[in-house]
Design a binder for this molecule. Structure first.
Ligand SMILES: C[S@@+](CC[C@H](N)C(=O)[O-])C[C@H]1O[C@@H](n2cnc3c(N)ncnc32)[C@H](O)[C@@H]1O
Length: 271
C-alpha cells in the first residue's frame, strides 16, 4: 500500500498521540498507515505474542478464502464491518476477481481507515465506504450510501474479521448480532474471525490489559463462546475452528500450532 499522504490526512481530525486498533493492526501487517504511538503498542504486543504478524496475515488469508467461498455459493454483495485500513487482498479485490458483478460496502468507525479506503476506492464503482459504528446495526444498514449498492432483500455476506473481540459481552453485543441477523435475507452468510487465548492465555490476557490501557476493550473468546455468537445461523462445516483450519488452501503461509490457536473463525448461513 502507499505511504501517508499529508494532503489526505489534513482533511480529518486524527489524534497522532492516541493509538487506534486500525493503525496498530496496520503495523502488524507491515503497513505504513500508522504513527509512532501505534507502532509502540504493536511492538509491545509482539513482545507478548511474537506470532502477531503471522496471525494478522493468517486472518487476511481466512478473509480471502471466505470471500471466494461465499461468491462461489452465490453471494454477490458484502458488508465488511470493521474493514480497517486497506491492505493487500481487500474484499472487493478478491470478490471482483471471482465475479465482476460483486458489490462491497466497507464500514469502519476509525477516520483513518475510512479516509484511506475512500481515497483508494474513488474510481471503484462497485464499492462504497461508510464511516459507522458496527454496534449500531440499524444506522449502518440504513446508511443511504450503503443502500445505493447493497440490496438487503438479497443474500449478503456480513463480514466481521478481527473486530468482535473489541466488543465486550453484554446487551450491545447481543443486540448487534440480532439486528444484523434479522435484517439479512435467507442465504446470507456471517463470517467471523476472532482472537482467542489459545495456547497462550496469559500472554493474551496481558495483550487485553495493554489494549484496555489505550482505551480499547479487548476480549479474547474461546470456541464455545464464539460458537454462541452464531445463534440463529447454521454453522457451516467445519464449524468454529482455528482460522487457519477453515477450508485451508495449499498456498496458505504455514502457521505453527501455538500461533494458529490464537485465532478462531467460523461462518454461519442464514436459514
Ligand atoms: C484488527 S482491525 C481488522 C481489519 C480487517 N477487518 C481485517 O480483518 O483485516 C479491526 C478494525 O475494526 C474497527 N472497529 C473497531 N471497533 C469498531 C466498531 N465498533 N465499528 C466499526 N469498526 C470498528 C477498527 O477501527 C479496525 O479498523
Amino acid at each position: 500500500m502507499g505511504t501517508w499522504d499529508p494532503g489526505i490526512l489534513g482533511r480529518v481530525r486524527i489524534d497522532p498521540n492516541r493509538p487506534s486498533p486500525a493503525r496498530v493492526y496496520d503495523a502488524f501487517l507491515g503497513g505504513t498507515h500508522n504513527f509512532a504511538v501505534d507502532r509502540s503498542v504493536a511492538s509491545r504486543i509482539v513482545e507478548l505474542v511474537p506470532e502477531m504478524g503471522a496471525l494478522a496475515r493468517a486472518n487476511r488469508a481466512f478473509l480471502r478464502r471466505v470471500v471466494r467461498w461465499a461468491v462461489a455459493r452465490g453471494v454477490r454483495q458484502f458488508i465488511d464491518l470493521g474493514s480497517g485500513i486497506p491492505a493487500e487482498g481487500n474484499v472487493h479485490e478478491v470478490a471482483l476477481a471471482a465475479d465482476p458483478a460483486v458489490r462491497v460496502a466497507y464500514v469502519d468507525v476509525d477516520p483513518t481507515a475510512v479516509l484511506y479506503a475512500r481515497h483508494l476506492l474513488t474510481d471503484e464503482p462497485h464499492t462504497v465506504v461508510v464511516q459507522g459504528d458496527l454496534r449500531d446495526a440499524r444506522s449502518v444498514l440504513n446508511d443511504p450510501d450503503l443502500l445505493t449498492l447493497i440490496d438487503l432483500g438479497r443474500p449478503v455476506g456480513i463480514l466481521m474479521f478481527a473486530v468482535l473481540h473489541f466488543i465486550p459481552d453484554g446487551p450491545v453485543l447481543d443486540a448487534l448480532l440480532r439486528d444484523y441477523r434479522e435484517a439479512v435475507a435467507p442465504g446470507s452468510v456471517m463470517a467471523v474471525s476472532h482472537a482467542s487465548g489459545g495456547l497462550h492465555p496469559d500472554a493474551m490476557a496481558r495483550v487485553a490489559d495493554l489494549y484496555s490501557r489505550t482505551g480499547t476493550p479487548f476480549v479474547p473468546r474461546d470456541q464455545a463462546r464464539l460458537a454462541a455468537l452464531f445463534d440463529g445461523w447454521e454453522l457451516v462445516e467445519p464449524g468454529v475452528v482455528h482460522g487457519a483450519d477453515w477450508h485451508p488452501e495449499p498456498a496458505d503461509e504455514p502457521l505453527d500450532v501455538a500461533a494458529a490457536s490464537l485465532m478462531l473463525a467460523g461462518v454461519g448461513l442464514r436459514p
